[in-house]
Design a protein around this ligand. Structure first.
Ligand code: AMP
Length: 190
């Protein structure tokens, strides 16, 4: 199986690049943000809880997220050629839990971070907000999402750097340029 973990700040292009990778390598793309939004729009009690968190720009508790990913791995179709995780892990505890989940299933994964400057992240999210209909693509919530990113998600990169399974690409350019860099890492490891 070819498993890819894409990490990066909100607005760094994880979703776009995941879709391109999923298409090229026939992988299952799992976006935690999309899964949470689907639950939110279902109107369930859990969805309402999630909505209250997402619309403030905060993170859903680790235990819930880890259970969601565990459930995803437990229900992979037999034909699955590999997965792309988009939006997980977002905390060091999630990263540690993911390492355990992969090890338990004897799976390897390629981890890649998309690096994008803060000004560009804000511009992209504001632009997306014009059409996305996402309640969290607003100036106030974007500010909080970036604060949460710096406090809780940025340490995930350091965690993976220490474990020697870290690659990064410059995500500032055109979609195709970023994809070429990611693809080279997936194909040749560099
Ligand atoms: P995204 O679509 O990846 O930008 O995620 C949207 C929102 O979903 C985030 O701002 C969080 O509130 C929540 N979320 C997505 N993935 C996670 C995660 N791994 N841990 C906690 N919250 C998450």
């Amino acid at each position: 199986m070819l498993n890819i973990i894409l990490i990066g700040a909100p607005g760094s292009g994880k979703g776009t690049q995941s879709e391109l990778l999923a298409k090229k390598y026939n992988l299952l793309h799992f976006s935690t943000g999309d899964a949470l939004r689907a639950e939110m729009h279902s109107g369930s009690a859990l969805g309402k809880e999630i909505e209250a968190i997402i619309t403030k720009g905060n993170l859903v508790p680790d235990a819930k997220m880890i259970a969601l990913i565990e459930n995803f791995f437990d229900n992979l179709p037999a034909t699955c050629k590999g997965v792309i995780l988009d939006g997980f892990p977002r905390t060091v505890d999630q990263a540690k839990a993911l390492d355990e989940m992969l090890a338990k299933r004897k799976l390897n994964a390629v981890l890649i971070e998309l690096l994008v400057e803060e000004k560009e992240l804000i511009n992209r999210m504001l632009f997306r907000g014009q059409t996305s209909g996402r309640a969290d693509d607003t100036p106030e919530v974007i500010e909080q999402r970036l604060r949460v990113y710096h406090e809780q998600t940025a340490p995930v990169s350091t965690y993976y750097l220490k474990h020697g399974q870290y690659s990064a690409v410059n995500g500032m350019g055109e979609i195709e340029d970023t994809f070429r860099q990611i693809d080279r890492i997936v194909e040749y490891g560099c």
